[in-house]
Design a protein around this ligand. Structure first.
Ligand SMILES: [Mn+2]
Length: 323
């Protein structure tokens, strides 16, 4: 056994923490001589593992955490909590039939990192002392905040690290952060010189984004539309509109990360309301996907007119719900 490959949900706080958890487990199970390599996965392609999954997973031991299932027999460890974990019904059946004791799926879990940690402790003898407070993964991935102030003002190191990771830092820096998280708590990781510098840049960018959202936000019947396509940035904090106006029920944010266009939709988790609309279902009508409370439609181009039409239709539907 010489190399373990960890495929994790990239540019995501929960994905990064999940990678650190399984890497600590591998150290314990396979020893210090086991080399661990990390690879961040993103949702750009329909099948993120390509045409030949068996060839994609090329470590002696392979693990996927906080990301899609694969029926490949070379996928030794798997843990996820996304509703969209299975690419097809066939894959879901393969998972159920497989009954693999090293595979774990629970769509009710708020975060993969805490789920994975429990799974490894309960079933595989993982007994490492917690380097990191994993309740942050539950709070961040499960959007368990008392008000929009918390995830927008970024007063704690975990939230600043979240903002940095969502702004898509280099894979090199992201994987250095994973390695640090194997041994140190979040506060100490944020205090490392290179991490601190990157965090401070991400926070400055975030502060500028807040001012831009405030200037551009158009609100009609509790639904905000914000066009940030000319800012060409990623990782726009989805709580900003609700921080700026607590009367909003939904927000539609247009952005253009690296040659693509994105219509992001979210609902205000703090607004009192009746039956909310499932945004994943709404986004799916336009070829997108996501979660019930936050979803997106991604366009492969910067076709402004098509994006405008899509955003307008979505906003109209949301205003109808809002009554
Ligand atoms: Mn997750």
């Amino acid at each position: 056994m010489d190399s373990a490959h960890v495929y994790y949900h990239g540019h995501c706080f929960d994905g990064v923490l999940s990678a650190a958890v399984i890497a600590r487990f591998f150290r314990q199970r396979y020893g210090e001589r086991c080399r661990i390599a990390f690879r961040g996965m993103t949702h750009r392609n329909r099948d993120p593992y390509g045409a030949n999954h068996a060839a994609f997973f090329d470590g002696s031991i392979n693990a996927v955490v906080d990301f899609r299932y694969s029926p490949a027999s070379s996928l030794n460890w798997w843990c996820d909590h996304h509703h969209t974990a299975f690419l097809s019904e066939e894959d879901r059946l393969a998972f159920e039939r497989g009954d693999n004791p090293q595979h774990c799926f629970d769509p009710a879990a708020p975060s993969c990192a805490a789920l994975l940690d429990r799974f490894l402790r309960d079933n595989h003898g993982f007994d490492g002392a917690d380097a990191v407070d994993l309740s942050w993964a539950d709070r961040i991935d499960g959007a368990q905040f008392s008000s929009p102030k918390e995830p927008v003002e970024l007063e704690s190191p975990a939230l600043r690290l979240m903002q940095l990771l969502e702004s898509a830092p280099s894979w090199e820096l992201e994987q250095r952060i994973i390695t640090l998280l194997m041994e140190r708590n979040i506060e100490a990781v944020e205090a490392a010189a290179d991490v601190r510098q990157a965090v401070s840049n991400a926070v400055a960018q975030h502060t500028y984004t807040i001012s831009q959202v405030a200037e551009r936000m158009k609100v009609e019947h509790g639904v905000a539309i914000v066009d940030l396509r000319d800012m060409a940035q990623v990782g726009i904090n989805r709580y900003i509109p609700y921080y700026l106006s607590d009367e909003l029920h939904y927000a539609v944010v247009l952005s253009a990360p690296t040659g693509r266009s994105k219509v992001g939709l979210s609902r205000n988790p703090w607004a009192e309301r009746g039956q909310p609309l499932d945004l994943a279902t709404l986004a799916a009508e336009f070829g997108g996907g996501g979660h019930a409370a936050a979803a997106a439609v991604v366009f492969a181009s910067e076709d402004r007119a098509a994006v405008d039409r899509c955003a307008a239709k979505i906003a109209e539907r949301l205003r109808m719900v809002d009554g």
